[in-house]
Structures are given as structure tokens and as C-alpha cells.
Design a protein around this ligand. Structure first.
Ligand code: KIV
Ligand code: ZN
Length: 498
């Protein structure tokens, strides 16, 4: 019987730290339920002391999910641990994840402390957390740059204090795979009592080595991996769940198995990408748009003769079904409901009716409705409570003429109109918008997501607008790319604190 590798998903904690990717509690519950269906063992649901929103999300996810362990992050601080324990009150299986920096630079610059004092604080935190829960994970932040001999002393001390899992984060993504694997091996060989705890990997992708480092850790004895869907996370992100799950599945030479239902990988990836408004790079392993697209003549010829010539994964194994029913204007509610549930979205009848109405409007504009469209439609009511709404937009543009836009806004029930010209349709529309919303706003970033299929596709726009010293993130989706741009700008404005 193969050994079990535990999957610890931190999409909702480390993954959600990406600027502009924050989810509300309802969206987090949706992701958590999908992670449960995917078969993850642990869901890191948040850092409860960091904000009331995070606290509430941990509470609600604890209520919504049954099988996975729900984990809450803390610093090695009693107050954090008290708050985490309170947030985990409803979890059927619960874990507190506490820890402290162990590298010399963290000890000196972050804590102005000493190695001995850090061990004392680590031990005290684990003991304190054990007063609340039986399952305590300890993280040695910046373990990747921590001297192995000292790290072994820390790990030994926290296991003695009651840690059930010990996390060895490569916080800065600095380690080489051989170096990270050797670190895990060193701990397996030098820590007394190591068999009483599970060693966990937590790798960041700053140098593009997160997956390689994680696998190197696993091959040297780690039995838990900390991962995120689509590899999202701060900076270059974390190790991606789908890569580890598929490496383990494809490599029969590695005698290890996970509990992941791999056919749920693609729907989960789409859901997270759509809810977080975070596009997946087209060549991303396993879930990228081109991951299974063979374009060179030689490859196409080989694949037609026998798929195994160039394909190591059957796309169906990760939930990509090319024969999936195509949705069109003639599709009924049942087909839409089925597609949504394949994508992990379960809607109430009332919400389904609303989404279906929008679906029909979109289907009038474009021939085929794809999964991305369906997810955008399901999340469309994110703008329902917006204070400022776009009422209409009219733009005239062309070659050799200046673009002119007129637009109407509804601001808390009152109607406003303006017109402006610009050097292109988006410029004209945003200038008209700024005549109504007269504030010192600066557009910092403007990304139009590639339209993948056909000129009638829905264009998606991500924007960052700076106002009053803060940067706000907005999203818009529309078959009209100028309208999507204005919607994204308005989405930013709706988030202004005053
Ligand atoms: O990268 C890291 O070190 C972390 C810890 C807080 C677990 O995310
Ligand atoms: Zn991290």
C-alpha cells in the first residue's frame, strides 16, 4: 500500500494575499466547498487576528465544510492563538498553525532576539495552542535560509512541546531543489522524535523552483505539501496543487498517493481564477489553455497516431472535457445548472433564474457560451450593491478621427451624464467618467485579458487605480471591451474608502 501525502491547501490564506485577489466570505465558502470536493486534507482558511473579515471567513468555512481539517494561522503570540481558537469553534476537525522566523536575519532584524529566545517563544506558542486543540502545526518562517543544525534544534523542541506537524517554509523561494531536499533529509535523520510529527513543505516560486523544491522535500521524507490552486500567492506565488497532484499520479515510480480527485482540478482552477479575477497563464502546466494543445505538425501527427507519443496526461483526468455540451441561446436552465455544478457552483433557484436571464442576453450576443463566461455570469451580482453603476455608454471612434464618448451613471439613485473626447474610445470614456467623478485618480495598471475564442467573446479587464495614497483593484467583463474597461474603473471607484 502506497504512503499517503497530505494536501494542505492555502489558497484562501497565502494565495489570497495577492493584491486585488481578495474574496468575500460567500466566495471563500464557495472555494472551500470546492476544495472539499477536490479532496484536500487541510484547508488553511485565514489568519483570524489579522482582520474581522478573516475571522468571519474562518468561522463560516468551519461551519460549511465537513471533511477537511480547517486550519487558522497565527504568529507565536498568545492573543493570535486565542483569536484563532475562537474562530475555529465550529470546525469538525481543527488545527492551529503557529510559528516564528528562525533564520539569522529574521532573528536579528525582525525580532532583535537570539536563537535561544526564539526556541523558547516557539515552544511556548506550541504549548499554548495545544491548550485549545490537539492538532498544532508549527512553521519555522524562512527555514529555507535557516542553518540546518539550528533548525533541527527548533524542530525537536516544538515536537517535544506537542507540535503534530512541522512546516519548513522556503519563504523567499531561494533554495535549490537539492538543497531543500537535503534540508528535509537532515531533519529526518537528526531530529529526535521526528516520527511523532509530519514534516510539511511550503515553497514559494520566486525563482521558479516551488514545485521542484516541494517534490524534492517529498522524496526526502515530507508527507504534507502546502499548495495553492493555480500556484497563486504573493509575488511569484506558491507551489501549485495541480502540479503536485499530477506528478504523484503520473509517476508510478514514486510510491505515494494523495486523496485528490483529479477530475475536479480543472473546474477548481477555473473557479478560483474567475472569483479572484486572476487569469491563468496560457502555458501553465496542467490547467493553462495551451497545456494540452499540440500545434506543431510533427506532434499533431504523432498524437493522431497514438496520443501517448506526446501526451503524458489524458486531459479528461484533470476534468477537461472537450466533448462537454456547448451552451447556446437554445440551452435551457437545466443545462446551465449542470455546467455550473461541473464548475463547482451551486446556486439557489432564485439566483439561477437571474443568471439564466443574463445568460440568454449574452447568448444573443455570442454564439457559444464557454466556461469562463458562465463563471463571470455567476459572479456578476458582485456589482449589485455598488453605489455607482454604469447606466449607458455610447462611443464613436475610428481611424483618423478623435473618439467621443457619452456616458450615464447612476450614483445612489441619482442620474449623471457627461461627454468627452479622447485619443481612443477607452480614453474618451474614462475622461467622461472623470467629469462626473471629479477626484485625483491615477490609472496605474490596465490589463485586457486575451480573448480566446472568436471576436464575439467576452473581454475581461483588470485595473488598478490610485486614489488618496491607496491602490484599488477593479474588474469588468463585457462583450464590448470599452464597456468592460469603464466597468473595471467604476469597480475601483466603488471600493474607495470615502
Ligand atoms: O511563506 C511562509 O513562510 C508562510 C508562513 C507564514 C507559513 O506563509
Ligand atoms: Zn508562504
Amino acid at each position: 500500500m502506497s504512503e499517503r501525502l497530505f494536501i494542505f491547501d492555502t489558497t484562501l490564506r497565502d494565495g489570497e494575499q495577492v493584491p486585488g485577489c481578495q474574496l468575500n466570505t460567500v466566495e471563500k465558502i464557495q472555494v472551500a466547498r470546492q476544495l472539499e470536493a477536490l479532496g484536500v486534507d487541510v484547508i488553511e482558511a485565514g489568519f483570524p487576528v489579522s482582520s474581522p473579515g478573516d475571522f468571519n471567513s474562518v468561522v463560516e468555512i468551519s461551519k460549511a465544510v465537513t471533511w477537511p481539517t480547517i486550519c487558522a494561522l497565527t504568529r507565536a503570540v498568545e492573543k493570535d492563538i486565542d483569536v484563532a481558537a475562537e474562530a475555529l469553534k465550529y470546525a469538525k476537525r481543527k488545527r492551529i498553525h503557529t510559528g516564528i522566523g528562525t533564520s539569522d536575519s529574521h532573528i536579528k532584524y525582525k525580532f532583535n532576539s537570539t536563537r535561544e529566545e526564539i526556541i523558547e517563544r516557539a515552544v511556548a506558542a506550541v504549548k499554548y495552542a495545544r491548550r485549545y486543540v490537539d492538532d498544532v502545526e508549527f512553521y519555522a518562517e524562512d527555514a529555507g535560509r535557516t542553518d540546518n543544525e539550528y533548525l533541527a534544534r527548533v524542530v525537536e523542541a516544538v515536537i517535544k512541546a506537542g507540535a503534530t506537524v512541522v512546516n519548513i517554509p522556503d519563504t523567499t523561494g531561494y533554495c535549490l531543489p537539492a538543497e531543500y531536499g537535503a534540508k528535509i533529509k537532515y531533519l529526518m535523520e537528526h531530529v529526535d522524535g521526528i516520527d511523532r510529527a509530519i514534516i510539511s513543505t511550503h515553497c514559494h516560486n520566486d525563482l521558479g523552483m516551488a514545485t521542484a523544491n516541494t517534490m524534492s522535500g517529498v522524496l526526502n521524507g515530507a508527507r504534507q505539501v502546502e499548495v495553492t490552486i493555480n500556484g497563486i500567492g504573493e509575488r511569484a506565488g506558491n507551489t501549485s496543487l495541480e502540479e503536485i497532484a499530477m506528478i504523484v499520479k503520473c509517476h508510478n515510480d514514486i510510491d505515494i498517493q494523495t486523496n485528490i480527485n483529479t477530475q475536479k482540478i480543472y473546474p477548481t482552477s477555473r473557479m478560483v481564477s474567475s472569483l479572484m479575477n486572476m487569469p491563468v497563464q496560457p502555458n501553465k502546466a496542467i490547467v493553462g489553455r495551451n497545456a494540452f494543445a499540440h500545434s506543431s505538425g510533427i506532434h499533431q501527427d504523432g498524437v493522431l497516431k497514438n496520443v501517448q507519443t506526446y501526451e503524458i496526461i489524458d486531459p479528461k483526468d484533470v476534468g477537461i472535457d472537450d466533448n462537454a455540451i456547448v451552451l447556446t441561446a437554445r440551452s435551457g436552465r437545466a443545462a446551465l445548472k449542470h455546467r455550473l455544478s461541473v464548475l463547482g457552483v451551486d446556486l439557489s433557484q432564485e439566483k439561477l433564474d437571474k443568471v439564466y436571464e443574463e445568460f440568454l442576453k449574452l447568448a444573443d450576443k455570442k454564439k457559444e457560451i464557454n466556461d469562463d463566461d458562465v463563471l463571470v455570469l455567476a459572479g456578476a451580482d458582485r456589482t449589485e450593491n455598488h453605489h455607482i453603476k454604469l447606466e449607458y455608454l455610447q462611443v464613436t471612434s475610428g481611424v483618423g478621427v478623435r473618439s467621443v464618448a457619452s456616458l450615464g451613471l447612476n450614483i445612489a439613485g441619482e442620474k449623471f451624464e457627461a461627454a468627452a473626447s479622447g485619443n481612443g474610445p477607452v480614453d474618451a470614456a474614462i475622461k467622461a467618467l472623470k467629469k462626473i467623478i471629479n477626484r485625483q485618480m491615477v490609472l496605474k495598471e490596465f490589463t485586457i485579458q486575451a480573448i480566446s475564442k472568436g471576436s464575439d467573446d467576452v473581454g475581461k479587464v483588470h485595473m488598478q487605480v490610485e486614489y488618496d495614497g491607496h491602490v484599488y483593484y477593479g474588474f469588468g467583463a463585457n462583450t464590448d471591451i470599452v464597456a468592460a474597461s469603464v466597468e473595471a474603473y467604476i469597480d475601483c471607484i466603488n471600493k474607495f474608502k470615502h
